[in-house]
Design a protein around this ligand. Structure first.
Ligand code: HEM
Ligand SMILES: *[C@@H]1O[C@H](CO)[C@@H](O)[C@H](O)[C@H]1NC(C)=O
Ligand SMILES: *[C@@H]1O[C@H](CO)[C@@H](O)[C@H](O)[C@H]1NC(C)=O
Ligand SMILES: *[C@@H]1O[C@H](CO)[C@@H](O)[C@H](O)[C@H]1NC(C)=O
Ligand SMILES: CC(=O)N[C@H]1CO[C@H](CO)[C@@H](O)[C@@H]1O
Length: 332
C-alpha cells in the first residue's frame, strides 16, 4: 500500500499532469495530417453542400461551437469537448434539452459529417474538432474570413442539463456583466466580446429572446427606450407578446452573409439584444463599432479569426484525456 506521505507528494503531481493535458497550447493546426489527411476536406465538402441546401444552418452551427466551448464547469475543466452534442440518459437530461440550448439546431448535420469521417478514418476525428472546423467553414461559406483551426481536441464523457446554467450569457445582460460573469472566467477579454458578438451578423433569433425589449422592459408593460423606435415597430409587427416560435433575422436583409452589418446595426441602436446594445455604452467597444462602419470588414475579419481560435481553446481535452466518440450523440 502506498504511504500517505508518498500520496501527498504524488497527488499534486498527478493533478498537474492532468491539468497540463487540457491546455489549449496542445492543439495544433493539421493535427490530422497523418491520421486522416482528408478530414478537413471532407468536412468542407459536406458543409458546402449543406449550406447550399439549408442556408439557415450556418448561424446555428456557428452558435453550436460557441455553446460547446462555454459550457465549462471549472472544476472539471470542461469546455470545447463536444458535450453539447450528447443525448444523455433518461436519468440525466443532456445539455441539448437545457433551456438555453433549446434553440440550438443543426445536430443532424453534425451527425452526417461525423458519419462521413467515420467511413474515411474510423475513430480518429473528435466531435469537438468537428464543431470547431464546421464553425470555421460556415463563416467562410457565408463570405466571412477563413482561418486555420488548431485541432486535436478530445471528446468529453459527461453532459448534464445542469451544466449549462450559469455558463451561457443571457441576452438581457450588459457588457460588464458578460465580461465578469462569463468571458473573463474563461480567459476571454473585453475585445473578445466585442469581436465575437459580431457573430450575430448571421443567423436568426426567436422573438422570445428579446421580446422583453418590445413589450415589458421594466415589468410595467413598457419598451426599451434604448432601441431605435422604427426598428422596434418593425419587430413588433413580427413578434406578438409571448411569441415563442417566430424567428427574426439578427442582421436584417443580410443574415446569411458574414459581414460588418452587425456593427452598423448596433450603432444605429438596432442591436437585437440588450447584450448587443450594451456595446454602444462601453467606450472601447463603441470605438470599435464605429471603425467597423467605415465600409471595410478587414479589421473585424482578422480579429474574428483570432478570437475564434482563442474561444476554441477553452478547457479542451487533449492527449489521452477523454475519448474520440464514434457517434457524437453518445459516449463510447
Ligand atoms: C456575448 C454574449 C452572447 C449572448 C448574450 C448571445 C445570445 C444569443 C441569443 C439569445 C441568440 C438567439 C437564440 C434564439 O432565440 O434562437 C443568439 C443567436 C446566435 N448567436 Fe449569440 N450570444 C452571444 C455570443 C455569441 C458568440 C460568441 C457567438 C459566436 C461567435 C454567437 C453566435 C450566434 C449565432 C450565429 C446566432 C444565430 C443562431 C441561429 O441562427 O440559429 N453568439 N445569441
Ligand atoms: C437524440 O435524442 C433526440 C431526442 O431528444 C432524438 O430525436 C435523436 O434521434 C437522438 N439521437 C440519436 C442519434 O439517437
Ligand atoms: C450593468 O448592469 C448592472 C446590473 O444591473 C449594473 O449594476 C451596471 O451599472 C451596468 N453597467 C453598465 C455599464 O451599464
Ligand atoms: C410584465 O412583467 C411584469 C413583471 O414581471 C408582470 O407582472 C406582467 O404581467 C407583465 N406584463 C405583460 C403584459 O406581460
Ligand atoms: C425540444 C424540447 O426539449 N423542448 C422543451 C424545452 O424545455 C421546455 C421547458 O423549458 C419544454 O417545455 C420543452 O418541451
Amino acid at each position: 500500500m502506498a504511504s500517505p506521505i508518498l500520496l501527498n507528494l504524488l497527488l499534486p503531481l498527478l493533478l498537474l499532469l492532468l491539468l497540463s493535458s487540457t491546455y489549449a497550447k496542445n492543439l495544433k493546426v493539421g493535427f490530422y495530417s497523418k491520421t486522416c489527411p482528408q478530414a478537413e476536406q471532407i468536412i468542407f465538402k459536406e458543409m458546402t453542400r449543406a449550406i447550399k441546401v439549408a442556408p439557415s444552418l450556418s448561424g446555428a452551427l456557428l452558435r453550436m461551437h460557441f455553446h460547446d466551448c462555454f459550457v465549462n464547469v471549472m472544476h472539471l475543466m470542461k469546455g470545447c469537448d463536444g458535450s453539447v452534442l450528447l443525448n444523455g440518459t433518461s436519468s440525466s437530461p443532456p445539455e441539448k434539452v437545457a433551456p438555453p440550448n433549446l434553440s440550438l439546431r443543426g445536430f443532424s448535420e453534425i451527425d452526417i459529417v461525423k458519419a462521413e469521417l467515420e467511413k474515411a478514418c474510423p475513430g480518429i476525428v473528435s466531435c469537438a474538432d468537428i464543431l470547431a472546423l464546421v464553425a470555421r467553414d460556415v463563416v467562410f461559406l457565408t463570405k466571412g474570413p477563413y482561418w486555420k483551426v488548431p485541432t486535436g481536441r478530445r471528446d468529453g464523457r459527461r453532459s448534464v442539463a445542469q451544466d449549462t446554467r450559469g455558463n451561457l450569457p443571457p441576452p438581457t445582460l450588459n457588457f460588464s456583466q458578460i465580461l465578469t460573469g462569463f468571458f473573463a472566467p474563461k480567459g476571454l477579454n473585453a475585445k473578445d466580446i466585442i469581436v465575437l458578438s459580431g457573430g450575430h451578423t448571421i443567423g436568426t433569433s426567436h422573438c422570445s429572446s428579446f421580446s422583453n425589449r418590445l413589450y415589458n422592459f421594466t415589468g410595467k408593460g413598457d419598451a426599451d427606450p434604448a432601441m431605435d423606435s422604427h426598428y422596434r415597430a418593425n419587430l413588433k409587427k413580427k413578434c406578438r407578446p409571448n411569441d415563442a416560435t417566430t424567428l427574426v433575422e439578427m442582421d436584417p436583409g443580410s443574415s446569411r452573409t458574414f459581414d460588418e452589418g452587425y456593427y452598423e446595426n448596433v450603432v444605429k441602436r438596432r442591436g437585437l439584444f440588450t447584450s448587443d446594445d450594451s456595446l454602444l455604452h462601453n467606450n472601447k467597444a463603441k470605438a470599435y463599432l464605429l471603425r467597423q462602419t467605415r465600409g471595410s470588414p478587414l479589421e473585424f475579419f482578422r480579429d474574428f479569426a483570432v478570437s475564434m481560435v482563442k474561444m476554441g481553446g477553452i478547457g479542451v481535452l487533449t492527449g489521452t484525456a477523454g475519448e474520440v466518440r464514434k457517434q457524437c450523440a453518445f459516449v463510447n
